[in-house]
Design a protein around this ligand. Structure first.
Ligand code: FAD
Length: 461
């Protein structure tokens, strides 16, 4: 049997999973082409303060199956761990305040616990309660998370609860993030009934979530363990330092990829690269797909790994960390108390923090020198956590992730459907998958990888 050739471009979790999936087919010869000298993309586990620590993604959602299934297939499932501490804080009106429960993506389901938290003002609680009296559902098409939440629950819930959570995950601005693409759970609820709170309460009662069920999983060796396992299964199908600079169509309909490591021919190609990389490569073949891909914006963030002597942190660290709403105007957008959140990271004896800075429209902190950024961050830690002195870390690692977070603006899913549909006609056999399209989390990337691999296989038969 003659094997059909498939090239997968980009060795992040999406490209790795797609290539692995295709490698299992007898009639496919797969090649994974990665521009840099290492695999993993935004999944990078490197040494820090005597342990292996993630510089990018460090955990994944447990509520959806795709990453757990991959872990099982790679023999990693039994090792997965979930957070030791689940409660978290939001810094609001001058102090860290426990996030009121129950809550769904920042929407509080109990207004009494919301009022007791102090995260929003009394007026903010009263405004949120208007949601319970709503009789009309004005949802039509996709809207921004901000426009729906501001309308139904008011500005404070959006700015001090929902944006820190959802905006934080996306390094985005909830006023410009698609409800359907970035918070589909809220999108469903918003369409079902006039009251967000009532609908989310109803869904909760119907689904009866197990309060002890893990929300996130991580691997004690770091998320890089997934990369390592996938890479070892792909063996010499992987070509590193192969930056794709062009793609041409041959007379027989096959594709020719031009790269810094030579030329690669294939009957089908999966681009698992960020949309801003893929756009110029495909623009010559599909004007529409090229311009839709180019229209997806990206945000940059900085992620600081900090280790402190515990004696220098006079705070109980009684939770998984805290979020900082944009109106507070601080450098820090989020801080995980990693050594408390994950039991295996507590074993160093140090207090380990994972601090995020930067979001769409605000890269000033990301662009700063290391020294200036560290000074802003430790000043913030002192103020936000109420520490006696500005803490001095024993170990510092600053990871800058430039143009790393795709922004799913309203209409994003329709845009992605247009890209997929247009490529069928304009570039048959070429597929796109990954964080730029249908979910930025690791599980969503794995799911997209499987779908792209299936699409490529279907195309080849
Ligand atoms: C700081 C940070 C923290 C995060 N935390 C979490 C988390 O805790 N949980 C979670 O679920 N998600 C998290 N995410 C999101 C998640 O990590 C990413 O969305 C996901 O890893 C993206 O995978 P990908 O394969 O689609 O893309 P990428 O990881 O971006 O991989 C794309 C690959 O393509 C390569 N490439 C680029 N150009 C070319 C070219 N011309 N030719 C060949 N190759 C090329 C790149 O080098 C890269 O290896 C985080 C992201 C960041 C940045």
């Amino acid at each position: 049997m003659t094997s059909k050739r498939v090239c997968v471009v980009g060795g992040g979790i999406t490209g790795l999973t797609a290539a692995y999936q295709l490698s299992k087919a007898d009639d496919v010869a797969v090649t994974l082409l990665e521009a840099s000298g290492q695999l993993g993309g935004k999944v990078q586990t490197t040494p820090f303060a005597g342990i292996q620590l993630d510089e990018g993604a460090d955990a994944f959602l447990a509520r959806v199956p795709w990453a757990i299934e991959l872990a099982e297939e790679l023999g990693l499932k039994d090792d997965l761990v979930s957070p030791a501490k689940r409660s978290a804080y939001i810094f609001s009106y001058g102090e860290l305040r426990a996030i009121p429960q129950p809550m769904v993506l920042g929407i509080p389901l109990d207004l009494e616990t919301l009022a007791a938290s102090g995260i929003v003002s009394e007026a903010g609680v009263a405004r949120a309660s208007e949601d319970l009296d709503r009789t009309e559902n004005q949802m039509v098409g996709d809207e921004s998370i901000g426009s729906v939440v501001r309308r139904r629950l008011g500005d404070e819930i959006l700015e001090r609860m929902v944006d820190p959570l959802i905006g934080g995950i996306n390094a985005g601005d909830a006023d410009n993030l698609s409800l359907d693409a970035s918070a589909s759970q809220l999108g469903h609820a918003a369409r079902q009934g006039p009251s967000f709170i009532e609908e989310l309460r109803y869904v909760r009662t119907r689904n009866k979530p197990d309060p002890d069920a893990p929300v996130f999983y991580a691997h004690p060796d770091g998320m890089g363990r997934f990369v390592h396992e996938l890479a070892s299964r792909l063996g010499d199908s992987v070509v590193l330092n192969a930056s794709i600079s062009g793609i041409e169509r041959a007379d027989d309909g096959s594709w020719r990829l031009l790269s810094s490591a030579g030329i690669f021919d294939a009957e089908a190609v999966i681009f698992a690269t960020p949309a801003h990389v893929t756009a110029p490569l495909l623009a010559d073949h599909s004007r529409v797909a090229g311009s839709e891909l180019a229209s997806i914006e990206f945000a940059s963030v900085g992620l600081l790994s900090l280790a402190f002597d515990r004696a220098d942190i006079d705070h109980p660290l009684d939770g998984s960390g805290f979020l900082v709403p944009k109106p507070e105007q601080r450098a820090i957008t989020a801080c995980s108390w990693s050594s408390e959140k994950w039991a295996h990271l507590g074993e160093t004896g140090k207090a380990l923090f994972r601090v995020s800075v930067g979001h769409i429209g605000s890269s000033s902190y990301v662009d700063m020198s290391d020294d200036a950024l560290l000074d802003h961050v430790t000043t913030d830690l002192q103020r936000l956590m109420g520490l006696d002195t500005q803490p001095t870390p024993t170990d510092v690692r600053i990871s800058r992730w430039i143009d790393a977070f795709p922004q799913y603006t309203p209409g994003h899913l329709a845009r992605v459907a247009t890209i997929d549909d247009t490529l069928v006609d304009d570039a048959p056999g070429v597929f796109v998958a990954g964080a730029s399209y249908r979910g930025i989390g690791i599980p969503a990337c794995i799911d997209q990888a499987h779908q792209a691999a299936r699409s490529a296989q279907r195309f080849l038969t």
